[in-house]
Write a protein that binds this ligand. Sequence first.
Ligand SMILES: *Cc1c(COP(=O)(O)O)cnc(C)c1O
Length: 374
Amino acid sequence: RRPAPDPGPREPVSTLVARPGIAEIDPYVGGESAIRGRDRVVKLASNEGALGPSPKAVAAYIEAGKSMHRYPDGGCVALRSALAERHGLNRDRIVCGAGSDELLSLLCRAYAGPGDEVLYSEHGFLIFPIAARAAGATPVTAPEAKRTVDVDAVLACVSEKTRVVFIANPNNPTGTYLGAADMRRLKDGLSDSVLLVVDAAYAEYVERDDYEPGIELVDSAASVVMTRTFSKIHALGGLRLGWCYGPPAVIDVLNRLRLPFNVSGAAQAAGLAALGDVAFTEESRRHNATWRAWLTERLRALGLSIGDSVCNFVIVQFPATPGRDAEAADAFLKERGLIARRLAGYGLPGCLRITIGREGEMRAVVDALGEFVG
Ligand SMILES: *Cc1c(COP(=O)(O)O)cnc(C)c1O
């Protein structure tokens, strides 16, 4: 007979108490990347760039590895200079972060705390409530109309406690956007003591004349910040790199609050190379536009309801009928090695979000959903 396993030392009971709000955080759950029992999967759950990173970014990353014993440039000067030049901005009004997530979270910590409210829209990005609660503030959601940010509804939810308003434009997971005039109206309806954060993670994919990523809005006010990321069009999600453009006072606050070496040298080097590879970025944008249109049309032809997305994903609404619903569709896709994103956490349990991938991946999705519906 085997001896009973040693139970080990008993864990001491903790009497430590975290700050208010932290226990209420629903930790972010990313898109799945594996299916049990399958070694090859198609991951379309996290809006990662379909074509992968630019080969120039990969080369720069490998080169940067040779000096990984050195601390990075804490000021990200080369990268900020390149971003400033590309977008016609003052580099002193740019801050880089370990993903734009870091910047969204720092902005909350800087401007909202216990007793304050952080406002965003109903199907807004899930990092917003996490950042709000982490700062001890209360997240508040404004209802949307047709799965689009409703300016009047947002303004109606502003109270004297509102300190930060987050608008992802365009928004994930709805794929919808607000035009420049609507964003201006939203800004004009807010007091200058409320920080408006425009999260433009998908800006590079938008091909609409009335869209403005937020730069003009930042330039017109002292209380607007725009955040951007290298995770989507530049496909560097694994390196964690984002940036923001804002008024000098906000930039000063972020530079005090952020950690001194918040962006790794490898991320800075790869980001600089990715930004410089204009032809690759253009190819990624064209690929996305082509296959987003194709996927939308094919899925509509199957009778599925698809929103008009301006991003690198589409959102598919399934009927509520058991066996035909989003849960069944997700299971059906998984059996074929295809991973989409369930959206129950975003208040959209009847929908799946599907990232635009390579041609073969898109054809596989359409074939599988055709079989599912058929
Ligand atoms: C993907 C995404 C981001 C980017 O996050 P990173 O931290 O930069 O990877 C930001 N906002 C929204 C709405 C997103 O979907």
